[in-house]
Ligand binder design. Structure first.
Ligand code: ADP
Ligand code: MG
Length: 712
């Protein structure tokens, strides 16, 4: 660090990474506000905002030198602009004519480019980059949809050499700040900054041949002249690799530290004697699979230890996670503790409530369900039961997390469908006990690399075996004109004594609409298509009693076809149902379809899923193809992540996914693996206590807040 620096009444004597961007020349309050809205506050933030693409503008030509077929950059002046065609503002064809000192004309064309009329004006100097073509009809050189950059008139030479004549970084605009403006700021900052010491330990850098941090930052923004453009655009130049690695490395170090810290906390050492084992056995309604036994062994092992368990129980839909959780609950209760079960939706909480009540009442345990839909009098009474320790198991939605829910002796917290809850919510529940054991269950398989990062502080148990006698579900796809075939197949199954679901899409906020569609379809199916069969209807607007009644009638076989919205997505368990028809399947997400499909195939008979689609785009076609091909939840989940990207896959930030800058968890999965290995090794065997201490301090200062590795 070497030099002394301080900030003084808004004037900085030396710039360093912590300098606020407002102090950078040219960034006033208005621009700083735009940058801040993107999370860019300090010089370090700006340097972390890396180009998403690079352009080779070193092949600079005059217009006269352009040859058809080549990719080239020219700088020329706008001579004339015009918009033509139908619905000009949005759909029109925009054409601009350019020329330079060579006086030859180049025409740029943009379809749907009407908006460009407000961007280009006669006399502007513009850099254009694209493929040169020759329009033999008009006898003109053209570029179709070239990349362009408006070069302001008053540039000095030093500035304009930044933007052309080299490999040029392209940034995503930040509000009104164009790539060009961002490029200039970044360049200025790099010129003024004094290089700081590299925090990445030398013994990790050297074998991986990582450039030092300063070089990496500089070369990522302004690649040296001999750079490989393809590597750059694949984010694999040595400089980019180093920055991506670094980001993952510190993240994984943070995760590893958190994990080792959790291991030193005092916890409950549950006793696992013959009496407890007998109770567990007495509760089981069937013989557990090998995978279930193994996983319970792992869980019981954790529970015996005098430190809190932090375990993720992963397994595909229908593999039988619930019974394993119930076994763990018996161990806790027999040791005199209470158990909390947190579920993401009312239906799932209700289903768990019924399931646990049924199997645990045999042992004389009291199970309580607590959800948002209870009246306040009822809630108060239930909470009292919990606080006084009279309830052994408490199952609920986020209503469980409310402050006034108190446990007498919470010993085990079971959290289902973890990724819908944030890390903080997990902590919220845990704090209701004194370092209780935590078991997180997820039915949505998460790709391995992601699981390790998201749940890096958890140990993982996987149920990779279905209960005996299950056959993989066969999935077929019909377009809407083929729906008759789907129905006649459904009928043939019912004639064999089976039952079926017909499901309608529901889009989050429009359960009303979905309900109407389901109601209409119910009328249609019961009167016209299957007049001789018993058809039932189920949707979210039914009262709790009506829902339960419909479910019961279906379970008992009185209803042969259940028409439903996606309220059945989780929790419904009717082994005799062997057909599921999903209407408008193109409107469902991949994970959701996989979950839905998991409602059939729960018994020994061959089950079928029929996806009926109306209008499909490419993404929908990919989704349907994936489901027809595979019943492997992990594969489907990987595809889902690929098709949607990490942001959407996890919903919002509250899912606990760290916000990465340079790295992309999908694109850079293999770098993540390397970084993780190095990080785990570094924390377990630091070269010196001093090196470890420095790393911890560095993580605390730089990464903790962003990664959400908050210690409470
Ligand atoms: P999920 O893992 O999706 O939560 P469930 O716990 O709901 O799966 O189990 C799916 C179905 O399989 C349930 O009906 C459950 O009773 C049944 N089941 C689970 N394990 C076994 C087993 N070992 N033998 C027979 N049936 C089982
Ligand atoms: Mg324990």
């Amino acid at each position: 660090m070497g030099i002394v620096h301080w900030h003084f009444a808004g004037a900085s004597l030396a710039m360093d990474l912590t300098t606020p961007l407002t102090y950078v020349k040219g960034i006033g309050p208005a621009r700083a506000a735009m940058l801040q809205a993107k999370g860019l506050v300090t010089v370090e933030d700006l340097l972390g905002y890396v180009p998403f693409r690079y352009e080779d503008r070193s092949n600079m030509k005059t217009v006269a030198q352009l040859a058809p077929g080549e990719m080239a950059t020219v700088i020329a002046e706008v001579r004339a602009v015009k918009v033509s065609g139908f619905r000009r503002r949005t759909l029109g064809l925009f054409e601009a004519r350019f020329s330079d000192a060579s006086r030859v004309t180049l025409v740029g064309k943009w379809f749907h480019g009407g908006y460009l009329a407000n961007v280009f004006a006669e006399g502007m100097r513009v850099a254009l980059y694209g493929k040169v073509e020759f329009d033999s009809y008009a006898g003109e050189l053209t570029m179709l949809h070239p990349e362009f950059e408006i070069l302001s008139g008053e540039d000095d030479d030093a500035e304009s050499s930044l933007h052309v004549g080299r490999v040029v970084p392209i940034y995503e605009a930040v509000a009104k700040l164009t790539t060009r403006v961002l490029r200039a700021f970044t360049h200025r900052v790099l010129a003024e900054l004094t290089p700081e010491e590299d925090c990445l330990p030398e013994h990790i850098r050297r074998p991986l041949k990582l450039p030092d941090r300063w070089t990496a930052i500089r070369d990522t923004h302004f690649p040296p002249p001999d750079s490989d453009l393809r590597l750059l655009n694949a984010f694999r130049s040595p400089a980019q690799f180093r920055l991506i690695f670094e980001e993952f490395f510190w993240l994984e170090c943070g995760v590893a530290l958190k994990r080792s810290r959790a291991r030193t906390l005092p916890g409950i050492a549950f006793e696992l004697n013959d009496r407890v084992r007998e109770k567990v056995k007495a509760m089981l309604p069937f013989k557990p699979t090998g995978a279930q036994k193994r996983v319970l062994g792992e869980i019981a092992g954790d529970m015996k230890e005098a430190r809190p368990m932090n375990r993720l129980l992963q397994g595909d839909v229908g593999c039988g996670k619930t019974i394993v959780a119930a076994e763990a609950a018996v161990i806790a209760i027999e040791n005199g503790y209470q158990v909390a079960v947190l579920a993401p939706t009312e239906i799932l909480a209700t289903q768990h409530g019924l399931y646990f009540k049924e199997i645990l009442s045999k042992l004389g345990y009291v199970t309580v369900l607590l959800t948002g839909s209870f009246g306040s009098r009822e809630k108060t009474q239930l909470k009292k039961l919990v606080a006084e320790g009279l309830a052994h198991v408490v199952i609920g939605t986020h209503a469980l997390l409310e402050k006034n829910v108190e446990f007498q002796r919470l010993g085990l917290a079971i959290i289902d469908e973890q990724h819908r809850f944030g890390v903080l919510q997990r902590l919220g529940l845990v704090q209701k006990g004194l370092h209780p054991d935590v078991l997180v269950m997820t039915a949505t398989p998460i790709p391995r690399t992601l699981a390790m990062t998201l749940y890096g502080d958890l140990d993982v148990s996987v149920i990779d075996e279905l209960p005996p006698g299950r056959k993989p579900i066969l999935t077929k796809h019909y377009t809407a004109d083929g729906v008759e075939q789907a129905y006649s197949f459904l009928k043939s199954q019912i004639d064999q004594g089976r039952q079926a679901y017909v499901v309608y899409p529901v889009i989050e906020e429009s359960e009303t609409q979905a309900m109407k569609a389901a109601e209409k379809m119910y009328q249609h199916l019961s009167r016209e298509v299957f007049p001789t069969l018993t058809v039932g209807l189920m949707h979210g607007r039914l009262g709790a009693d009506e829902k339960e009644a419909a479910m019961r009638r279906f379970k008992e076989g009185h209803i042969q076809i259940l028409v439903s919205t996606t309220v059945i997505e989780v929790g419904v368990d009717v082994p005799n149902a062997t057909v599921m028809v999903v209407e408008q399947a193109e409107r469902f997400g991949l994970a959701q379809l996989h979950q839905l499909r998991g409602r059939v195939g729960r018994g020994a008979a061959q089950s079928y899923c029929i996806l009926v689609t109306e209008k499909m785009n490419d993404a929908a076609r990919e989704r349907i193809r994936t489901l027809v091909e595979s019943t492997d939840g992990f594969y489907i989940s990987e595809m889902d992540l690929k098709l949607r990207g990490p942001g959407e896959f996890f919903g919002t930030k509250q899912a606990g996914l760290p916000s990465l800058r340079v790295a992309n968890i999908l694109r850079d999965a293999e770098i993540l693996e390397v970084a993780r290995r190095e990080a785990v090794d570094f924390i377990a065997r630091p070269p010196s206590q001093e090196a470890l201490r420095r790393a911890v301090a560095y993580i605390r200062d730089h990464w903790q807040r962003r990664y959400g590795l908050v210690t409470v």
